[in-house]
Design a protein. Sequence first.
Length: 386
Amino acid sequence: MRLHHRGHVVNWARTCTTCRKETMVLVDTVCPECSCPQPSTNEVKTMSSRLTVALKTRSATTKGRAIPHAIQRWLTHSTTSAAPSQEPLRLYLPQQLWTGRDNNDARRTRSSQTLGEFLPWVAGGCIGNAALARAKYAASAQPVFEVPGTDLPEPGVPFELHGRVVTHRHVGDDDDLEAIARCTSPFLVTVVATAAPKSMLVEFLVSKSLRCVLEDTSVRATWPADPTLKVMILYTVANALVDLHTHGIVHGHLSSYDVIWSSTEFVQVDVPGIVGLDQARLAWVAPEVLAGDSPPSFASDMYAFGVLMTELDTFSLPFEGYGLDDRVAITTAVVDGGLRPTLGDDCEDWYRTLVDRCLHMDPSLRPTASDVANFLQAFVNDTATE
């Protein structure tokens, strides 16, 4: 698909990463041949490089349609906005908190093709080792900067900021914007910039929520055949909570809707504070928070983690079919009745025990994120040595 522009041959095509066919133009995000979503790209930068290459070729004089209709539509309707022209107001340098155990873990290397595909940011010796993953990620992480809060696009609209495609989101009044900006983690969606008073600009990815993945019938048919996948997802989420809690940050709304599955099939947890306590997420809320006895806490994050574990086991929404469609009904059932999301009959004993601990009524008896991450590390190590 090489169409000319003013006599210069321009390659507008994009090759599908799955079927390897050139059936798309460079702004397409889904292959029409195999229906697979494509990794996110910076369309403006790609288009500029293609035009630069075309201008170096002076022999083409082909006549015909200059620009594909898809490119014209994208140029006409794109919501891409210009980056704020002002210089950053300040930079938040990433903070990494290390322990002696982290340093010991970082000396160990192992390899696993499955883990390498699942955690693409963790290369070589970092595979299966969260400490090395953090070190490698921190070494390449860019500082988060603060920009003026004026003239930002509407929340959710992608736009370019300093050469990166980002989306604008609001965070809650109780969330520490600076603390979130300083929390650098390979297991969290990347924060690119902040804008006062309560705006965050995060990296834009072609992705879907884990909830959407679990509702896919083809996934339900294939995932049980790969038991390590469930463990690796939980391993990623647990380490995301470790990084947040180490920085003193409560996620506050963890659910399968907030675990992001990108088009390149890796998992990250959405940054905290983006979504309030709405009706759709009450099933993940700890009983002490539902009852109003406690604000969201590290312990309530671990309760939500336990609910997420039931989803990965059953593929179903928590309390699906129970008719608990409002806050009063859920609060009564969970707080007064002790109701908890169920697991499948064939669930392994270790998995059921961990879920029970995370869903304990007493917050002080729930495991910490570090407890769970260390526990799951043993399973990851076993996978890496097989």
